[in-house]
Design a protein. Sequence first.
Length: 264
Amino acid sequence: MAVPMKHLLSPEGKKALRALLSERPLLAFDFDGTLSPTVMMARQARMPQGLARTFQEICDALPCAVVSGRGIDDIRKRLPIQPKYVIGNHGAEGIAWPDNHLLALRETCESWMTQARDQLAWADMGPGLIIEPKTYSICLHFRLALQRAQTVNALKASFAQLEPAPHLIWGDSSVDLLPENGPTKRIALEHLLKLEDRQRALYIGDDVADEHVFLAAPPDWMTVRIGRDTRSSARYFLYHQTEMMDCLRFIARVAGFTPSFHIH
Ligand SMILES: [Mg+2]
């Protein structure tokens, strides 16, 4: 049976976080729904200034990474500060992967776009479907699709025809297509730990792509899901994205950079 998730800001959660921070871990965060509040339109996502100020203090103290499915240029412009690592495209960008590996990913995505145009007619799947090629992955947004169920069904049927078959990451209102042999958020984090010569990581995220990290995280990583969900593989949770402020303040205080009067 799965171990029940614990609230990160409970006495037990804080004790575990304090112990982790004493080992100077890598701190890694998803962006959408984690560092930025969930918004109706993906293009509106921004990191609030107050959160950014505290995050800056933490970035000054420990190696921090923002790990997102967005393209790296997209994610950079949404961050008011620059942590040591900004990882985009689910792990493909922000790390010096070999050129031939990246080229293979790009060619796969270009081939999918050609197939989508010539055979699968994504563009004709009804108004509101937004196709976002991201060089090393493709995101299809269906939040605004007028006939959402039909659009999703048509997409699923089209994915079955794509060559090579994509790795699919479904969200509430979008789906990401990744080449099967490409980097993932977890692979990117493992790479950053090697670069930093560290063993332990904290990872906070909120969606399906983050579950891949939670599921495969070694026992000494601390994994935190925004939103309690008994199906999650994360070991800790925050009730809501707004608790990130308290979470970052706690981390900053333990790291010794924020006066205690800021803390509950
Ligand atoms: Mg997210």
